[in-house]
Design a protein around this ligand. Structure first.
Ligand SMILES: [Zn+2]
Length: 494
């Protein structure tokens, strides 16, 4: 049907200014892909599930039909991304002070080992406050010991705010175990849910202590009080900027079993081979994964379908691939549908670690995520504005496509929350360009409602106008940046 309509359009406009290769991407084109990717049959596209198999197969089929060539490292469509999940197994623990076993009534303790079995006697406990001092350094003597760390940091530099950064600093200082303390009436439920949710991780990026876990303040208070210490005093001491921690005079005996699940997920990688050797490459990316079954048993709808996030981005990726594959371009054009973005840009980090094209050959990477937000006529924002010398060239293409420019850098608030960030950190010019992040009020409305919930579904009112327009923009950007005369890149030796 589309082909027939295309033939009519071409015959009518052949003499006008629209080039003969122009092909509109319509809302209906995008809807067709989203209806499949965000259907219940795809189970919310969680990595490692049957939903992944269906998703990556579908993308590979669409790309093959469009004329792309498989471009994963082994020549297939699927580049393996080794992932790991750790879950709490059974464990026994006891705490001792001056030869006396301590009685703690709270049950709020979660212990997870790096390996399936962790057995350790007489592990000394050190209270470290926030884990690091105001200068960001670890002050406490934690080598070979268990560091107790407040989950919410006080008096630490911005870059050490995240529990992850502080955990890694403590591991670098030799901590045998890192145990966070969550506020019983505050962040403990979050911390608990996080640890018990078997978070998906990229093993190559993880720095774990042999033992990690969490306790509630209720547990911490019970523990230190039983050992004759004053919790309020410890907490007050920890507020000092130069606090270097205190040995608690408590030893732990631990026998911790951990469920470990290792599996390969896939980045789908396809390519349109360029006609000009050594002229560099253009790269499009978008994440195919979403959250899977996300609501508890008994809930009316348990599947997080991820229609907007990010079936819409894959739909655009598919349509852009289909159009660009119809003609030869100077540069290679790569398409990468990444896995496990929702778990922390893991597929993108895996790609950045083992790229199928040398990173210094990539003249531009364009990420497409959460694109079905704004209506037609929206301005074009650039996530990554100011991080590359390419803003002006991107804007020129957008203007030529009839789009107005959002010239503020407000959209950069999202720069670390999208796959392109994994490439930005490696020095690759990586941008996200389009309308959905130009109207931040509309975006916030989505983030505050259907986002990451069972209601992110395709409905009659799903706004696809802006996404269709952004698809056209990405085609125009592709034609520009894959053309070695229109866009000369020093990177590619031109
Ligand atoms: Zn998401």
């Amino acid at each position: 049907m589309r082909l027939a309509r295309l033939a009519i359009i071409v015959s009518v406009v052949a003499l006008s200014t629209v080039p003969a290769f122009s092909k509109a991407v319509t809302e209906a084109d995008l809807r067709k892909h989203i209806a499949i990717l965000a259907s219940d049959a795809f189970e919310g596209r969680k990595p490692g599930t049957e939903g992944e198999t269906k998703t990556v197969q579908y993308i590979a089929e669409v790309w093959a039909k469009a004329g792309l060539k498989p471009a994963a490292s082994d020549g297939s469509w699927f580049d393996p991304v080794p992932l790991i999940q750790r879950g709490q197994g059974t464990s026994t623990h006891s705490f001792w002070s001056k030869g006396r076993k301590l009685r703690v009534t709270s049950q709020d303790i979660i212990l997870i080992g790096q390996e399936a079995e962790y057995v350790r006697g007489k592990l000394p406990l050190v209270f470290t406050g926030s884990g690091v001092k105001a200068d960001g350094m670890v002050g406490a003597d934690v080598a070979g010991k268990a560091a107790l760390v407040l989950f919410d940091a006080e008096n630490v530099p911005d870059e050490m705010q995240s529990p992850r950064a502080r955990r890694e600093a403590l591991i670098a200082a030799g901590a045998e175990a890192v145990i966070f303390i969550g506020e019983s009436k505050g962040n403990w439920p979050t911390l608990r849910r996080l640890l018990l949710s078997r978070p998906i991780a990229l093993e190559s990026r993880e720095k774990h202590a042999p033992m990690e876990g969490a306790i509630s303040t209720e547990f911490a208070v019970g523990l230190v009080t039983a050992a004759g210490r004053d919790w309020d005093k410890l907490r007050a001491n920890a507020k000092q900027a130069d606090y270097t921690g205190e040995a608690l005079g408590i030893d732990a005996d631990l026998d911790v079993k951990t469920d470990i699940y290792r599996f390969n997920s896939s980045n789908v990688i396809g390519k349109i081979a360029g006609r000009k050797k050594n002229s560099g490459a253009l790269l499009y990316m978008g994440h195919w994964d979403h959250l899977g079954i996300c609501a508890p048993e008994g809930a009316p709808d348990r599947i997080c379908n991820g229609a907007v996030d990010n079936a819409s981005g894959i739909a655009v990726l598919n349509e852009v691939a289909e159009v660009l594959a119809k003609k030869k371009h100077d540069r290679d054009i790569y398409f990468v549908a990444t896995t496990a973005e929702e778990s922390g840009l893991l597929g993108a980090y895996a790609f950045a670690e083992k790229p199928v094209v040398p990173l210094d050959q990539i003249v531009l990477s364009l990420n497409i995520d959460t694109i079905a937000i704004a209506p037609r006529g929206s301005k074009v924002a650039i996530i990554g504005r100011g991080t590359t010398p390419l803003d002006a060239a991107v804007e020129a293409v957008a203007k030529k496509s009839g789009r107005a420019i959002e010239s503020s850098a407000d959209a950069n608030a999202f720069i670390q929350r999208q796959d392109g960030w994994a490439l930005t950190q490696k020095g690759v010019p990586a941008l996200m360009v389009g309308g959905s992040f130009a109207d931040l009020e509309l975006m916030q409305k989505f983030l505050g409602s259907d986002y990451h919930g069972p209601n992110d579904e395709l409905t009659d009112s799903t706004e696809l106008g802006g996404a269709a327009e952004d698809a056209e923009l990405h085609i125009a950007l592709g034609r520009h940046f894959a053309d070695a005369r229109k866009f000369k890149s020093k990177k590619a030796g031109e």
